[in-house]
Design a protein around this ligand. Sequence first.
Ligand code: G3P
Ligand code: MG
Length: 252
Amino acid sequence: MSDKSGSEHATNAKQLIIGHRGAAGEAPENTLASFRLALEQGADAIELDIHETADGELIVCHDHTVDRTTDGSGFIEQLTMEELRRLDAGSWFDERFAGERLPLLADVLALTPPGIMINVEIKCGYSARLSGELQRLLKEYDRLATVVVSSFGHKTLHRLKRDIPELRIGLLYVGGFVHHARLAELSDMEVYSLHPHYLSMDAEDVAQAVSAGLQVYPYTVNDPVHLTRAVEAGFSGIITDYPARLREILQR
Ligand code: G3P
Ligand code: MG
């Protein structure tokens, strides 16, 4: 496919509104309240971050510790699910959200309608236990085809793809490469999507990646001017803390 046809494809395709940690601009990130709000605001997809707890559960939280986003403290990998589930993950954001809990990945899978894509970002390292639990959950909720698993840890993704060949892989990265699609080639696995920092790609870069058969989902675009620019650049979807804001721009 030529660059031109790639560009047309990018322009014509529906651009996905991807709610970052739910609707993290308006609700406590990575809580069920935040995911519900993203869905209410018309998100086509949600992004969330997961860690493995001390007892092998997959819990939704951005940081390695619970200090910033709960009333507790400590490293997630050293805490059990029961200890983590007691924490308040809403009050730090606003008292209106008091009592929100750190969700399990299973809770979000149960909440989210099947037509809504889920981008599961892996924040912890690879382990066979993580891989097994992820596979079990994606099968149980029939989500292998509608979840994209991303990470800045490409080796983690490579190992997960080896264990779960059907997995859709998204490469997260920061660099401003000359040819972004080559990153997918170098990763030595089948890649579904690129997840660049939004300032590192222009319309030409997007068209090249799309013509190479990749989806392109930049993170994390919040300012209205930047959102408008990202829409015009033809990204396949845009990760934002403000799904309603992006929806309004797309409707214009
Ligand atoms: O997945 C996109 C984005 O969430 C990556 O960065 O730090 O917000 O998880 P971060
Ligand atoms: Mg993330």
